[in-house]
Ligand binder design. Sequence first.
Ligand code: SAH
Ligand code: SF4
Ligand code: F3S
Length: 438
Amino acid sequence: MNYKIITYGCQMNENDSEKIAGMLKQAGHSPTEDENEANIIILNTCSVRENANDKFFGHLGYYKKLKKEKKDLVLCICGCMMQQDSVVNEIKSKYRHVDMIFGTHNIHEFPQLLADHLEKHEMVVGIWEDGREIVENIPVERKHEFKAYVSIMFGCNNFCSYCIVPYTRGRERSRTVESIRSEVEALAKTGCKEITLLGQNVNSYGNTLGEEITFPGLLKELAKVDGIERIRFMTSHPKDISLELIETIAGEKKLCNHVHLPVQAGNSRVLSAMNRKYSKEDYLDLVRKIKVKIPGVALTTDIIVGFPGETEEEFMDTMDILEKCEFDSAYTFLYSPREGTPAYNMEEQIDEDIKHERLNRFLDRHHRISKKINQGYLGKVYDVLVEGLSKNNPDNVTGRTETNKTVNFKGDVSLVGQIVKVKITQAKSFSLDGEIVS
Ligand code: SAH
Ligand code: SF4
Ligand code: F3S
């Protein structure tokens, strides 16, 4: 059979989709991009914001039509939304054309659930309430050979008051160093140069293992793997980032000079209401230390505007943090109330127009700052890992610096997967242009 997987949401979901693809491939099925050719369609959902939910239900309606035309099409849905009872109940009652539902904790059961459905020809539902033991050795079919996501831990224990993730991904649990190392060694053997370690809060890696291992300790172990040239990771929670981690990034060549450190908001009262457990001053201190200890570091962040009760004055603290930290890039979000989280019931939800207006002010200022930072790259030479051909110019390739800047330059497909030296010739707000130097 041919399969197509559509992934919403974050890198965790992308990595889960790669595992689902791995299991399908192992069973002899083939990927297809063309929906009309697909016999199995899998939608891997995200519930972090309300509009992600809405988009998904819109798509479900569309697949109802497709299933009418193609009777033997198997429609599977999985991912974070399936860990919410209200969503699953709605699907069971209103979207009977769905064939299979499974959750984030039991993706390894996918082949069995598929077999059940193909035998019984009825809707099959398999959802676990929480993650039990970590299931290792699920085959993974990755998008690229030269770079890969490696999940090092699952779940989250932080319960930021706006966030649904602890409810959809369960309690935090870490993989063992041995299992992570053997995955990374296997990747290196097949030509992988860059790994991105994934966890909702990588700084608490190891807490559930009952052995003396910290995240910097894991990084040092993985840096020993021959063939791996770049190590990235996300996400670092500011409350847990240690001096040891900052020093490890500064001292270990393979660790990219890039820290993704979501601040969420600049005002200490708002941060406390978000249950983030650090103040504006704590964050600024941390950033100062990072910038001093890791010269040339790129700092990126996540921002939420319009958290319940956020006043204009409090929002100005977010603008102030932006001025002071000069983020290289920022993922910005309008606060979205998620049922089941503490912030959902907070009074003083902010008007959508005000949220948009604040976001626009933030983005406007941020674009100018990132352009200024990018101009600092002009005339200098950087190592760039080439990722593929440019979308808008087939004579160009696109790649990334260690600091995660996108660089476009003349080149052909033979460069993909290689690290080359590129001199920067033009700086834009979101990318750089350059030319290869030998
Ligand atoms: N574990 C990571 C991020 C996980 S979710 C961390 O703690 O940094 C990715 C981002 O989505 C969050 O950083 C936050 O900025 C945003 N987000 C989460 N819940 C949200 C909500 N209810 N409304 C708007 N943005 C939200
Ligand atoms: Fe959500 Fe906070 Fe956990 Fe990140 S740390 S996943 S924002 S609860
Ligand atoms: Fe990721 Fe969305 Fe789930 S952000 S963890 S896919 S809710």
